[in-house]
Design a protein around this ligand. Structure first.
Ligand SMILES: *Cc1c(COP(=O)(O)O)cnc(C)c1O
Length: 431
């Protein structure tokens, strides 16, 4: 595979953009490689500017559950664009969008649109503090909630592989209000509530961790956190930026039957355009300006083109509830294939999966249930695996601590192709 044009473009980009990229993981640093510049995508495939074809399991990091350039979404974008791209005034699609979100996500009675997942979690935190009158927030090590100061404390995703769990520029004052618990460990949450009586505004978590690699909640964990937050009158925030509309139509809260007070959404909700949202009980949401005293605003929030794209996506998901069984089936095939490949090549690894989210951890451990378990993975091995996979045309996340995303565009043949490519890469790794 030839990457000459991507290499040249990367040099040009580095002159004008810090690190040549607009989001750090895209630089492929942790796998010691160089970014590919994408020319276009169609369905389950992406093509780089050198003309190479890849079977894509990144899916823009989660949003593209229907694959690239999905016709309904493109059509909606075209129609909306022709009417003008922004007004800074209410449009009908915003209400349509809000209504379908409230209908699909069990705990959401009212919702406000923003422009990214980061903005959603940032605003949900302010709202939780405003509503409860308390200041501290509990987050879990290895969970990622966007690049909000308060959440860049032992965060997952890019912050993890770049070894800057505490980013420069986050003040001690901010950091002291963020308390760290361990994912899948209820005692760690109980302990923090014991030490910070009556001053915890909220507990935020990814109900299925996706930014330390995929780590599903152990039985009773989400229910336990729900009970503890209720007892202590703290809000429970589910960050469903990845899991919303992916684990099921109503996200992880529907799948596990646990209702948070607030939910943050992003990724899928924008249909591939920049959108985020946060919602929850009406009583809490009504504390937002203009009704209440918690200020939150956005010039481009509820943008008509983004809303059209997101609404087309959600309508499709709403009208095709069977896609979640199909995605699970595709995911199950992929999981079984990868596990079989590990066995047949003698490579040590664990495959964690829930529905269409999956991570292959290179580890001697028998299971990955916590952030500590995840950190024991052999990232050097992952880096070599990544480069082999990429050279064979398998586009996966350039980090051990991310998820593979299956879309409905992945055909059975393509799932088999992915399994074969995984086998070939593992075989080379073993040599
Ligand atoms: C991606 C992500 C975010 C941040 O969303 P952005 O749109 O990148 O700001 C927040 N929370 C979770 C769980 C995410 O995966």
């Amino acid at each position: 595979m030839d990457h000459n044009l991507s290499r040249r473009e990367y040099e040009r980009a580095k002159k004008f953009i810090p690190g040549g990229v607009n989001s750090p993981v895209r630089a492929f640093n942790s796998v010691r490689s160089q970014p590919l510049f994408i020319s276009h995508g169609k369905g389950s495939e992406v093509f780089d500017i050198d003309g190479n074809r890849y079977l894509d399991f990144v899916g823009s990091w989660g949003p593209l559950i229907l694959g690239h350039a999905f016709p309904d979404v493109l059509e909606a974008i075209k129609t909306a664009t022709e009417k003008g791209t922004s007004f800074g005034a209410p449009t009908v699609t915003e209400t349509d969008m809000a209504r379908i979100i409230c209908e699909m996500v069990p705990s959401v009675e009212k919702v406000r649109m923003v422009n990214s997942g980061t903005e959603a979690t940032m605003s949900a935190l302010r709202l939780a503090r405003g509503y409860t009158g308390k200041e501290k927030v509990i987050k879990f090590s290895g969970c990622y909630h966007g690049h909000v100061d308060s959440f860049l404390i032992q965060a997952g995703s890019g912050a993890l592989t770049h070894s800057v769990p505490d980013s420069l520029g986050v003040t001690k004052g901010t950091a002291k209000d963020t308390l760290l618990a361990e994912f899948n460990n209820l005692d760690s949450v109980i302990k923090l509530f014991g030490e910070n009586k009556n001053n915890i505004a909220a507990v935020i978590l990814e109900p299925v961790a996706g930014n330390m690699g995929v780590v599903p909640p152990v039985e009773g964990f989400l229910e336990g956190v729900r009970a503890i937050t209720e007892e202590n009158r703290a809000l429970l925030i589910f960050d469903e930026v990845i899991t919303g509309f992916r684990i099921g139509r109503g996200g992880a809260q529907e799948f596990f039957g646990v209702q948070p007070d607030l939910t943050t959404l992003g990724k899928i909700i924008g249909g591939g355009l920049p959108v985020g949202a946060f919602g929850g009980k009406a009583e809490i949401m009504d504390c937002l300006a203009p009704l209440g005293g918690v200020y939150q605003a956005g010039t481009l929030s509820g943008n008509p083109v983004s809303m059209a794209a997101g609404y087309a996506m959600l309508q499709y998901l709403y009208n095709h509830p069977d896609i979640y069984e199909k995605l699970d089936e595709k995911g199950r095939k992929l999981e079984e294939g990868f596990k079989e490949n590990l066995k047949n090549t003698g490579i040590d690894g664990v495959v964690n999966r829930i529905g269409s989210m999956m991570t292959l951890f290179f580890t001697k451990s028998k299971q990955i249930r916590s952030f500590k378990d995840a950190l024991l993975s052999d990232t050097e091995m992952y880096a070599r695996y990544f480069r082999l996979a990429l050279e064979s045309g398998l586009y996966i996340a350039p980090s051990q601590f991310e998820s593979m995303f299956v879309s409905i565009a992945h055909t059975e043949t393509e799932i088999e192709e992915a399994i074969l490519k995984n086998y070939q890469a593992l075989q080379k790794l073993g040599k």
